[in-house]
Design a protein around this ligand. Structure first.
Ligand code: HMG
Length: 391
């Protein structure tokens, strides 16, 4: 490959949790009209982790099919993006590296900036591949979204992991230059180290997201990016799927386009199918949108897809990808549908039990209840160490 060759997403796979709570159960509990969830925020259900699932088990489950298909050769870097970190020092990626049996000749690091970090990981991966095109980088985005019970955020929880193999001459999506980037210091959503559930000002967060859409698109345009009319679809960060619609209408308006609802539906319609039933998967969300688009669209070969990645706090990036001809032969549509369909519905009481469960913090040795039927589980805490096993 020459220095100008394409670099991007060669393969992509996602995993989610053992359990699922339908929004009908939440509406029954709190008396909300189900229309508020199904139409108002655009969510039908949320993934709920079992007691023995976390960002590592989901991340490893998402990445294992990539290793099974391509092997581990050439992977010299793993970038693990999350805001549900399990350790203040050790990268969750090291556990994934171990569970997948990858070579010791690997660098592993964890990245954090709310829901944005996977996009940073993707861009950093591209830089590494640009320097040495023989290398491939495994980018894993894995998160559990948890808000206080009975808070407005409760309806926008979820959990999932996406794994992407980034390399030269990619089979799925070539990531283009330039990128438009944006940072603003806002307190719209944050999670201090002493809390399991995030703190959020819901309306402020929506405003901060829209401001970041404007800011990153402005920079994208100034850097010489494509015009809005060149894109076949847009993958937005989807804390709830209606947020993508709010953001896209805002972008059309900001860039001087008429508000054409048919166009909005065409640009976004196929990107929400997974997030709609998984809920907010934070860092993974924008790439779940890409999976949903690629898995469902008629042939997108050669067409441009827009990405708008947002992380509270806040950082955003707007960029474009070109779908690689022949990509459909490499999709994992059946496995993705199976990951969603295999979840077991729980009733509201069971969901609240799982929500209240937190990993012991007393420093003692504990076994974790055996609940997941997924390929990896968090089996125990022993001597302050998390013990993971492959099933
Ligand atoms: P809320 O106060 O419960 O809901 O909070 P609402 O009253 O704003 O209603 C929601 C929508 O449903 C409204 O539509 C209502 O009109 C509609 P809108 O005015 O927005 O178009 N509605 C109905 N529609 C049909 N039939 C009905 C009905 N009733 C009402 N019967 C909120 C909603 C999203 C604020 C809350 O869930 C929340 O705080 N969520 C968490 C924060 C969040 O997701 N923010 C998004 C932007 S920030 C972000 O994306 C970053 C994040 O992912 C974190 C990170 O980066 O790490 C969160």
């Amino acid at each position: 490959m020459t220095n100008d060759s394409a670099i991007g997403i060669h393969d992509l796979s996602f995993a989610t949790t053992e359990f699922v709570l339908p929004h009908t159960a939440l509406a029954e509990h709190n008396g909300a009209d189900i229309g508020k969830y199904h139409q108002g925020i655009g969510q039908r259900s949320m993934s709920v982790p079992a007691a023995d699932e976390d960002i590592v088990t989901m991340g490893a489950a998402a990445a294992a099919p990539l290793i099974a298909r391509h092997g581990g050769d050439g992977i010299r870097t793993i970038i693990f993006a999350t805001e549900s970190s399990i350790d203040q020092a050790k990268s969750a990626g090291v556990y994934v590296h171990s569970l997948l049996g990858l070579s010791s000749a690997t660098r592993v690091v964890e990245l954090k900036q709310a829901c944005y970090a996977a996009t940073a990981g993707l861009q950093f991966a591209i830089g590494l591949v640009r320097r040495d095109p023989a290398q491939r980088v495994l980018v894993v985005a894995s998160d559990v979204s948890k808000y206080e019970p009975d808070s407005p955020g409760e309806a926008t929880q979820g959990a999932a992991a996406v794994a992407m193999l980034v390399g030269a001459d990619p089979a799925l999506v070539e990531i283009e230059e330039p990128s438009g980037v944006f940072t603003a210091d806002v307190m719209d959503f944050w999670r201090p180290n002493y809390r399991e559930a995030a703190l959020v000002d819901g309306q402020e967060s929506i405003g901060a997201y829209l401001l970041a859409v404007e800011g990153s698109w402005k920079d994208y345009t100034e850097q010489g990016g494509r015009s809005l009319d060149e894109f076949a679809a847009f993958c937005y960060h989807q804390p709830f799927t209606k947020m993508a619609y709010k953001a896209h209408r805002h972008l059309l308006n900001y860039s001087g386009h008429d508000l054409d609802e048919d166009r909005v539906a065409r640009d976004l319609g196929l990107t929400t199918a997974y997030n709609n039933v998984v809920g907010n998967s934070y860092t993974a969300s924008v790439y779940l949108a890409l999976a949903a688009l690629l898995d469902q669209a008629d042939d997108l070969s050669g067409q441009a897809v827009g990405f708008l990645s947002y992380g509270s706090g806040s950082v955003a990036e707007a960029f474009a990808g070109r779908v690689v001809p022949g990509y459909r032969e490499h999709l994992r549509t059946e496995a993705h549908r199976a990951a969603i369909d295999r979840r077991k519905p729980v009733d509201f009481a069971r969901y609240r039990e799982l929500h209240a469960y937190s990993f012991p913090a007393d420093g003692g040795d504990h076994r974790t209840p055996a609940q997941t039927t997924g390929p990896y589980r968090l089996a125990a805490l022993r001597g302050h160490k998390r013990i993971y096993t492959a099933r």
